[in-house]
Design a binder for this molecule. Sequence first.
Ligand code: ZN
Length: 238
Amino acid sequence: MRVLASTKRFCRALLDVLFPRTCVTCGRLLSLSSSSDHICDTCLSNMSWISLQGIRDLFERYRREAADRGQRVFFNGGMTCWEHSGVARKLILTLKYGGGSFLIGDIISAIKKNGRHALDFVKNSLLVPVPTHYFKRVQRDYSQTELIADSLAKCSGVCVAKKLLRCKNHAAQAGLSPNERLRNVKNIFRCSESKIDRTSRIVIVDDVITTGATLLSCCEAMHRRGFRDINVLTLSHG
Ligand SMILES: [Zn+2]
């Protein structure tokens, strides 16, 4: 085992000399001792991880705001990892729009190190990724939400059920007011028929939560199909 680890380290060092790696967020050269493949240690340390109390307060606020709008909330619990700003925002944008599927390994490693409560949150659950519309999926060649759900499932020993369907390709949520966002995604999701036990603990997975409109709409679709223990998880908030 020790020989194998030494060989791996040597090969990595050799590759770093021949093909120097740079950080995807700041562009600096990654050091040989860097703990991540694509993100430098400085950028990783600049990510704003949200405390457990901060996460509880955040989802309580979503619940209160929905109630104030007269909207029913169908999720029991919520989890997120970091604030959607600076390095973290760049990571998500690269993952989502910049062909950055290669970042998922580093993201999961960072969660294992700084956000283990996210891994605890998905235990004994069925992960359901927010669906990407067919055309966007073809354009990107992958779905970032499926990638996140698959990777979390792999390191937590749980399963993924791709049961949510997006019925139409709505306008992008970015730039819309909270009310416009709600109208934009209202009733655009549906949960496909399946033999999944309706008492299963469901965790709907998305990359970012901003106003919560998309996730609330997904929760409603799962509730219509008979699920009652519905929860949400995102990497980023803001
Ligand atoms: Zn960096």
